[in-house]
Design a protein around this ligand. Structure first.
Ligand SMILES: [Zn+2]
Length: 301
């Protein structure tokens, strides 16, 4: 084993390894000073040991004075605490992502409803490789959610001037680097795997970034099937690969069943019940036997 290159960090700095790259490169986290509250940034070394400091990290650090408690999720997505803040933010390419803990309804203007929430509808770019054709009527699926919730007094306001009759196109990868080059990621395939969902959630939030809009995004598969839908959960920055609750982003597979009313219930923070007649029919996850029936009769997450 031979030494490839050396680098001496500034004094009073601590350096920890983030990743090793092909051919002898490294990614390190440099912390100036000691202690949990010290500012951190990311340096990438090429195979010859030439350092490049991530501009997005320093940009974010400059706008926020300092970032602390940086924790890497995947690719350039990380969580950190901004100076003067007591809460943790998600960052992607150096920009903080507003965490949509809830959507805030506005008074509805139609007299029939009490509240109004804007919705937007997206599909994957059908001209791109590996994108499955959507085989259901997207307008009908979304209208089912609109009709259900209007009866509950909530008007889902679909802006039909966006895209083609309200259906907009989302790219496979919003901004490089993408998480994977195959179709496991890039909004095309959400596997029933908390690790993958956790890793790609920041990309959905970057692509669909308005916390006051409910997004319906038609993708290839959800949980490995073409008929399911899911509400993307928000990663818990304090505990890796766990979630803190539903977001405002619903993904629907290309032949999705009539489940958008149900998924919209998740956006509103409603949990599953085991009754097949209830909108929120679904597995609770606490008892496999009791979950058998809802697992057979409920078709979405
Ligand atoms: Zn569900």
């Amino acid at each position: 084993m031979s030494q490839l290159w050396t680098w001496t960090p500034p004094s009073n700095n601590t350096v920890s390894l983030v990743a090793a790259t092909d051919g002898g490169g490294l990614v390190v986290n440099q912390q100036s000073g000691t202690g949990n509250g010290s500012p951190q940034s990311v340096i990438r070394f090429d195979p010859s040991g030439n350092p490049t400091r991530d501009s997005w990290t320093s940009t974010a650090a400059a706008s926020a004075s300092a970032l602390t408690n940086i924790s890497y999720i995947a690719a350039d997505a990380f969580s950190a605490t901004q100076s003067g803040s007591t809460t943790t933010s998600l960052f992607s390419s150096g920009s903080p992502i507003d965490l949509p803990y809830s959507v805030f309804p506005a008074p509805a203007p139609d007299n029939a409803s009490k509240q109004m929430i804007n919705i937007q509808v997206f599909r994957l770019d059908p001209t791109q490789p590996n994108v499955q054709p959507v085989t259901v009527d997207m307008t009908e699926r979304v209208n089912s959610a609109i009709n259900f919730w209007q009866k509950q007094g909530i008007l889902l306001n679909w802006n039909k001037t966006l895209g083609s009759n309200g259906i907009q196109i989302s790219p496979l990868c919003f901004r490089a680097p993408c998480l994977h080059s195959d179709n496991i990621d890039n909004l095309t395939n959400v596997q029933n795997d908390a690790v993958i969902v956790y890793a790609q959630a920041p990309y959905f939030f970057r692509q669909f970034s308005n916390p006051k809009v409910i997004y319906y995004s038609f993708i290839n598969y959800v949980a490995g099937t073409d008929t399911s839908a899911a509400t993307i959960n928000i990663p818990n920055p304090a505990q890796s690969k766990t979630f803190i609750g539903p977001s405002n982003v619903v993904v629907a597979a290309h032949s999705v069943d009539d489940v958008l009313p149900h998924e919209t219930g998740h956006v509103f923070n409603l949990n599953h019940v085991r009754s097949a007649g209830n909108l929120m029919c679904g597995a609770l996850g606490s008892n496999w036997f009791a979950d058998l029936w809802p697992a057979l009769t409920c078709s979405s997450w």
